[in-house]
Design a protein around this ligand. Structure first.
Ligand SMILES: [Zn+2]
Length: 245
């Protein structure tokens, strides 16, 4: 899960500098990682084991130059979860408008879809869904889906819960709204969650180097600090000595 990809130091810890994001892409390319769209997780068996889904939440304008164009250049794909009320405007939930809160325009989103990227919904207004009732949650999901479908003339089947927050009503509502897959921010790989409406994701932070991202991918976890890694290698050595490996 990526967010903004600004040229300057990111204001949000969830966004990443464009040059660092480019290092991530180079790593994935060099190490033969296959990229697929989020919606393609429905037919996982036909993809190689080293397959990753790159997702971008909210729809930041800097993604166009710093993520979308480089992805096209490398022949890679990604999925964008768009917050429809803020198309061509600012991410109002991020505070004072700056260059980094500027969002993709309708025209850019159409271009991205036409180049083979997937567009998914991230609601209309980016609410904490757990603070809304069932009907209000459904409205956010159905209205954003309709807006995006009429914009890109294509069925929208993927959804991402804002802030990764959801309750039982959200899962019912997302099913009722006819989404096939929805993702959270709980860390883990695709096979570690059986419910297709609670797909797990790894969070990428502003400080994540390509090496950190690679460890996050390998362990399907957000926590790849030295403590955890030391524990992992210690266990490997123990298993080796015990003849388990
Ligand atoms: Zn978001």
């Amino acid at each position: 899960m990526y967010h903004g990809t600004p040229n300057d130091d990111p204001v949000s810890k969830y966004s990443i500098r464009a040059n660092l994001f480019n290092d991530h892409l180079q790593y994935l390319k060099k190490n033969n990682w296959n990229t697929i769209l989020f919606k393609e997780l429905n037919n996982l068996s036909k993809y190689p084991e080293k397959t990753v889904v790159l997702t971008f939440d909210d729809g930041y304008a800097d993604n166009f130059e710093s993520a979308f164009l480089p992805l096209v250049k490398h022949n890679m794909k990604a999925t964008w979860f768009i917050t429809t009320d803020s198309i061509g405007k600012h991410a109002h939930w991020m505070g004072t408008p700056t260059l980094q809160t500027q969002m993709l325009t309708a025209e850019q989103i159409i271009n991205m879809k036409n180049a083979g990227m997937e567009i998914g919904s991230h609601t209309c207004s980016h609410p904490d869904l757990t603070k809304l009732n069932y009907q209000q949650q459904k409205n956010e999901m159905i209205r954003s889906k309709k807006i995006l479908e009429s914009l890109i003339s294509c069925k929208i089947s993927s959804f991402a819960y804002p802030y990764g927050r959801q309750n039982n009503d959200s899962i019912r509502a997302v099913k009722y709204s006819d989404y096939q897959l929805a993702c959270t921010v709980n860390p883990g790989d695709f096979n570690s969650e059986k419910n297709p409406l609670l797909v797990k994701r790894i969070t990428i932070f502003a400080t994540d180097s390509a090496a950190t991202m690679a460890r996050k991918l390998a362990f399907a976890d957000n926590d790849v600090g030295w403590k955890k890694m030391t524990g992992y290698y210690y266990q490997r050595v123990k298993d080796k000595l015990a003849g388990k490996l």
